[in-house]
Design a protein around this ligand. Structure first.
Ligand code: NAI
Length: 484
């Protein structure tokens, strides 16, 4: 705590570096900056207390400061133990008008290289806003990426209703044990904390495929406690961030981690959804021969049409120099696969959670040893003396080994986030406890905000043409079922 503000970051002296990079990023985020200008007077988020759980990067700093400029009070954590950029976190805490000795920005609880215990401590702490008298009050909005903040609230309410937190059983992953421990502490201190927090929340806006999947599951069983906007499925999010963002940041991560020449190598990309499409393109762009694995015949056919070989991992694992998972599924690369790989094959995941690659199974292989080459790069030496190189311990490597997606693409994602926050905060009465996507005219608006910066000039429909194709001159230009 300093200057009356709580926070937990690595090093406030990094703030100036962070501020410089935030300033450069602002120029590359025209969508967010246009939204700041549009709402400068109205301040539609005045009164909002936003609990944000999303990779604490330079780009996220621009999002946070946009929410603040729109009137919100904000607290922030990262949604991954390795994804924080410490200089960005420091700059957000210090704020534009503060100094490291007298920080005046936003409370952030995030640093690169948290333990799981620290990660869930931060997430638990995220909900403790303070009112004018210094009393702890809950947030009234969540901004989530992957759904961990939403999960903690839902689990908390579930256990408060039951009056006890269950013991983890031996099949539960370690992480679940930590979540239960966190909730046990909360319940012991205050038996209704999460019930109160949930009652105060107007809605959540969710960033990614995996988090959205969790929300639809909750809605299906009637367990979703507040309305949700699925930001991921705005076209200007998943068809840009997931694809072009990963096209940029996948190879950035591989390069910074290993500096291995990608050209001429054989790379396997598991999953050919939006993320997989971007990954495959970037590896091919570097001259790799790319093999795609898929379970969905449509995506498999798309990969084949793009000229990629399509095969199960089992059939090609010995050929691979690089294996990347991009499925959002679990157990995609097993310990058995990793034992069969070439010497010094590189294994990494770009999907949201770390269960795509069976790291626990790898650690259990008799005689295997692990050497840290540098943070987030580990050489696993197998009993036969050959090794593989695992990036970011199986967690998303573009944020663990590099700095995630670049600003311009995140401007699209975060413009959607900001619009979704305004929508749910100001019109929550119009929404049920279901999952919604933003209407198409707002999706088109986000795209429009980014055209000028690239010198892209739209063709204008004539009234006659608009009537002929059955749309309004000002859009929306496509029906909701159009796939882009
Ligand atoms: P998606 O649903 O479009 O694609 C996933 C693909 O994997 C699907 O086509 C599915 O058929 C395929 N798949 C599922 N199980 C498989 C298996 N066992 N073997 C091979 N293929 C399999 O999802 P999207 O948007 O591409 O996201 C994938 C993951 O990446 C999610 O966890 C998402 O949250 C995450 N993500 C990560 C980002 C990052 O910066 N690291 C950015 C955006 C999303």
């Amino acid at each position: 705590e300093a200057n009356g503000m709580e926070f937990a970051v690595a090093d406030l002296s990094l703030a100036e570096f962070g501020r410089d990079e935030i300033r450069l990023a602002e120029h590359e985020m025209p969508g967010l900056m246009a939204i700041r200008r549009e709402y400068a007077e109205a301040k539609p988020l005045r009164g909002a207390r936003i609990a944000g759980s999303l990779h604490m990067t330079v780009q996220t700093a621009v999002l946070i400061e946009t929410l603040v400029e729109l009137g919100a009070e904000v607290r922030w954590v990262s949604c991954n133990i390795f994804s924080t950029q410490d200089h960005a976190a420091a700059a957000v805490v210090v704020g534009k008008n503060g100094t490291p000795d007298a920080p005046a920005g936003v409370p952030v609880f995030a640093w690169k290289g948290e333990t799981l215990e620290e990660y869930w401590w931060c997430t638990n702490h995220l909900f403790n806003f303070h009112d004018a008298d210094g009393n702890v009050v809950g947030p009234n909005m969540i901004l989530d990426d992957g759904g961990d903040a939403t999960l903690l609230v839902h689990k908390g309410v579930e256990f408060e209703k039951a009056g006890a937190v269950p013991q983890a059983d031996e099949n539960d992953p370690d992480e679940y044990r930590v979540i239960l421990e966190t909730l046990r502490g909360s319940l012991a201190a205050d038996a209704n904390r999460f019930t109160r927090i949930a009652a105060g929340i107007r809605g959540v806006t969710e960033e990614t495929t995996t988090g959205v999947h969790r929300l639809y599951e909750l809605a299906k069983t009637g367990d979703l406690l507040f309305p949700a906007i699925n930001v991921n499925d705005s076209v200007t999010k998943s068809k840009f961030d997931n694809k072009y963002g990963c096209r940029h940041s996948l190879i950035d991560g591989i390069n910074r981690a290993t500096d291995v020449l990608i050209g001429g190598k054989t790379a396997v990309v598991c999953g050919f959804g939006d993320v997989g499409k971007g990954c495959a393109e970037s590896l091919r762009g570097q001259g790799a021969r790319v093999i795609v694995t898929e379970i969905d015949p449509i995506c498999a056919l798309q990969a084949a049409m793009e000229g990629y070989q399509v095969a199960p991992l089992d059939d090609v694992v010995e050929q691979a120099d690089i294996v990347i998972t991009a499925t959002g599924n679990k157990d995609v690369v097993t310990a058995q696969h990793m034992l069969r790989m070439k010497h010094q094959a590189i294994v990494g995941n770009i999907g949201h959670f770390d269960n795509e690659i069976d790291m626990a199974g790898l650690a259990r292989v008799p005689g295997i040893t692990r050497k840290e080459i540098k943070p987030q790069v580990h050489e696993w030496v197998r009993p036969d003396g050959r090794s593989i190189i695992v990036l970011s311990e199986g967690r998303l490597l573009n944020l663990g080994n590099a700095t995630g997606h670049p600003s311009f693409v995140m401007s699209n994602s975060f413009a959607n986030q900001t619009i979704a926050q305004i929508e749910l905060f100001t019109k929550h009465d119009e929404y049920d406890n279901q999952v919604y996507v933003l209407p198409k005219h707002l999706d088109e608006k986000v795209a429009r905000l980014h055209l000028d910066a690239l010198g892209a000039k739209l063709t204008k429909l004539t009234k006659d043409q608009a009537e002929y194709i059955g749309v309004d001159v000002d859009g929306p230009y496509k029906p909701d079922h159009y796939r882009y």
